[in-house]
Design a protein around this ligand. Structure first.
Ligand code: PLP
Length: 397
């Protein structure tokens, strides 16, 4: 007979792995801001624009037609065809709409699926530090081990191929990168990415490339990792509509990869998500077909704001590396002697300006804050003048 010991009365079973993950440093902070008045937020990384009208209209029209059902697990065939055409046109890459593309609930879901599809317990994934808050958490939650590679302002926050190579072990399965980068705004050149591709080829590693900010570049070219020599077959390309088309709330993204990988990612998606929302898929078709001009206008505007914020931060004594992509400035706050956490908290309490402490993005983010400039010029200017007062007050003697 099996002896069953009753659990303690209030025992709530929680996975040990989940317990070990800290809640996102960003979200905690923003719950606090929501309860305050008069705050200027350079915090959350999302466009201040509403989705372009023609894209919203496409979704409204689809609702009017009664398109309110589930779609194919992999995503609407018309969207996959449009995406396939788009990837051919922009990157000269051939992805079959039938087998190589999966429509997901944002890049967030695609990232989680990619990790769960490729990792076995203890497999290692190499990730640059600082990085987007979900990268190491997704690897860890999928049973893997994140292996962080430090990057620094001196190297323009680019991850070096030699630094990656130095961290490869028998357990390494993949490299997870995202350029243009959140939180630094760094963009890597084709030449430097090719050096990473050489390492991936040599050690037979997969590369998960999160290119959600691909369209948000200023005076430089974005390189799609899958276009590098023999990289298409070993890259899981992740992208979405949230940032470029100002569609964060629609929750729509995609993965493009070898059919074997997509088939396994689709299995997880099919049992856990079923499909991305149909309205968002209809909107995404319109975005791909005719969203180009709207994106160009928004990028021009972000560029103007980028120049104002970078100059403004440097002028007030927070030296700021020039971001070439995304919509974040990542100034150093070392001159104040505060940690990034102290800086962000005091700035919010004393001057009602919200920024994200750099340590939320990894150890190498300490000493920096992330300021999102996808907000109006007026707010950026007011935030800068409040920060100027704050920095003058707290400057080390
Ligand atoms: N990847 C990066 C680098 C991000 O910065 C974000 C959001 O901030 C995401 C992915 C999440 O994107 P999505 O809205 O498509 O889930």
């Amino acid at each position: 007979m099996v002896i069953k010991t009753p659990r303690k009365k209030h025992h709530i079973p929680i996975s040990k792995r989940v317990k070990q993950v800290s809640p996102s440093g960003i979200r905690k902070f923003f719950d606090l801001i929501a309860s305050m008045e008069g705050v200027i937020s350079l915090g959350v990384g999302e466009p201040d624009y509403a989705t372009p009208w023609h894209i919203r209209e496409a979704a409204i029209f689809s609702l009017e037609k009664g398109h309110t059902m589930y779609t194919s697990n992999q995503g609407m065939p018309e969207l996959r065809q449009e995406l396939s055409r788009y990837l051919r046109q922009t990157h000269d890459l051939e992805y079959s709409p039938d087998t190589d593309l999966l429509i997901t609930v944002g890049v967030s879901e695609a990232l989680d699926l990619a990790m769960r599809a490729i990792l076995n317990p203890g497999d290692e994934v190499i990730i640059p530090d600082p990085c987007y808050v979900s990268y190491d958490a997704c690897v860890f939650l999928a049973g893997g081990t994140p292996v962080m590679v430090p990057t620094s302002e001196q190297n323009n926050f680019e991850v070096g191929a030699a630094d990656i190579e130095a961290r490869i072990t028998d357990k390494t399965r993949a490299i997870l990168i995202g350029y243009p980068a959140n939180p630094t705004g760094a963009v890597m050149s084709r030449e430097k990415l090719s050096q990473i591709a050489d390492v991936a080829r040599h050690y037979n590693l997969l590369v998960i490339s999160d290119e959600i900010y691909a369209k948000l570049v200023y005076g430089v070219e974005h390189t799609c990792f899958a276009t590098l020599l023999q990289m298409k077959e070993r890259t899981i390309l992740l992208n979405g509509f949230s940032k470029a088309y100002a569609m964060t709330g629609w929750r729509i993204g995609y993965a493009a990869a070898d059919k074997e990988i997509i088939a396994h990612m689709t299995k997880i998606h099919q049992y856990t998500m079923l499909c991305a929302p149909i309205m968002a898929q209809e909107a995404a078709i319109e975005a791909l077909k005719s969203g180009g001009n709207s994106v160009t206008e928004m990028v021009e505007d972000y560029n103007r704001r980028r120049m104002v914020i970078v100059k403004g931060l440097n002028d007030i004594g927070l030296s700021c590396f020039e971001p070439k992509g995304a919509f974040y400035a990542f100034p150093s706050i070392r001159s104040t002697g505060m940690t990034s956490g102290e800086f962000a908290e005091k700035l919010l309490m004393e001057e009602k300006v919200a920024v994200v402490h750099g340590s939320a993005f990894g150890k190498c983010g300490e000493g920096y804050i992330r300021c999102c400039y996808a907000t109006s010029l007026e707010d950026i200017e007011e935030a800068l003048s409040r920060m100027k007062r704050f920095v003058a007050k707290h400057r080390r003697a």
